[in-house]
Ligand binder design. Sequence first.
Ligand SMILES: [Zn+2]
Length: 262
Amino acid sequence: MIDSSVAEHILLHCDRTRSKEARYSLDRFLWEPLKWQHMHLSPECLLAPQNDILRAQEAQKLLMPDGLWKCSLCGKIFRSEHYHDKHLARKHSNMRYDTGTSCLADFCGTLVPCAPLTPHALPSVSTILLLRQDKGLSPSDETQGKEHCSNQRIRRNRVHACEEAIRSCLPDHVSFHTGFSSHGKLSGFREDLCERAVEIDCVPREEVWSHFGSLERALQRRHRYQFAKYVGLMAALLVIFAVVFWRRPNHQRLSDRRRKSR
Ligand SMILES: [Zn+2]
């Protein structure tokens, strides 16, 4: 639980477009792998779905069979989710569940790799940004210095801090070891998540798709895992071939013996 004034501040500033990107990415990097491992996320984790401060508002978005979006709070219809997001930011911005404490967009580039979900990145949407637009001000005056993009040491520290934070999201009894154990694999997932978070953060949003080729490639796991997978596959094929070729002469020898005995 957090103070309601703090929660309101987070809600007003929370970027809905980026939060959506964070949710998509977390699903790929954390929730799916955790499901495979039959593991559960710590409820205290800042990234846990129940702590998503926009969760209550997201639940009000209904996608209709005709592709339109409907606000279940007031019945208004929108032709895209983006306009629906703007509506929520303007009209229902204070709504949240008590457990909602985190704006997922705030973790983009630090704990979560966030990449535009469409080739042309949708603009950020938050109540504060819309108010600024209404007043004729520039959409954003946030000019974050990104030292980590040019300084390797700062970049490594940032990835390390991210890994520590993600580690706290997993149950206490899970320890991370390198190797081929399931926990070792999970550790790899965590490293991927953090390195990707920092890497994508250093690419201008409008260029993410062209830089990586596509959203899927931007969020793709590192090649060492792909490479290990292919090496494993090749090794398995070699074993199968070896067994087949080893057994073949025995069959031939047997048939030769049978022919001789006749
Ligand atoms: Zn509404």
